[in-house]
Design a protein around this ligand. Structure first.
Ligand code: FEO
Length: 171
């Protein structure tokens, strides 16, 4: 039987991960419109990762006998002033998600829900990685923003991102 507070918090996190999926797709569409197809590809791959993050929680809730409650998604932002502003928005969003994950760990600990703590540790590690990658990308884009040549070099590099195998095993 799931702890009701943890169940609610996990449903809210599923919602946050699906919103992340939506936000990355919106950033991908923005970059496609800018003819930066490598950036767009990278954001689409990240959107797929976010979908997998949501589904990992979805599967976990079901396995624990909880009830999945999907909520409406807000429309994400569609326009940004420049490529670096779009990447910065992604970085800020990942920091926001990290805060949510940390609070979820605190809640699971307060409620003595050890299984959820173990699961959420996977997300803690994932957030460290995602923040670091977004931070590096933001600083690199900022460095070259006034040079189309530099921006195209990064675009070419981002075009090579492959979808990593996401660990969907229960934590
Ligand atoms: Fe699911 Fe990018 O955090």
């Amino acid at each position: 039987m799931m702890n009701a507070k943890v169940e609610q918090a996990l449903n809210e996190q599923i919602h946050a991960e699906f919103f992340s999926f939506y936000l990355y797709l919106s950033v991908a569409a923005f970059f496609t419109a800018q003819h930066l197809d490598g950036f767009s590809h990278w954001m689409r791959i990240q959107a797929q990762e976010e979908f997998a993050h949501a589904m990992k929680l979805f599967d976990y809730l079901n396995e624990r006998g909880g009830t999945v409650q999907l909520m409406a998604l807000d429309a994400p932002q569609r326009e940004w002033a420049s490529p670096s502003v779009a990447v910065e928005a992604v970085l800020e969003h990942e920091r926001f998600i990290s805060g949510r994950i940390n609070r979820l760990v605190d809640l699971a600990a307060a409620e003595n829900d050890h299984a959820t703590i173990v699961l959420m540790h996977w997300y803690v590690g994932e957030q460290v990685e995602e923040e670091a990658i977004a931070d590096t990308l933001f600083h690199q884009v900022k460095m070259v923003e006034d040079s189309p040549h530099g921006l195209l070099m990064i675009d070419r590099e981002l075009a090579g991102r492959a979808l990593p195998a996401v660990d969907t095993a229960e934590g």
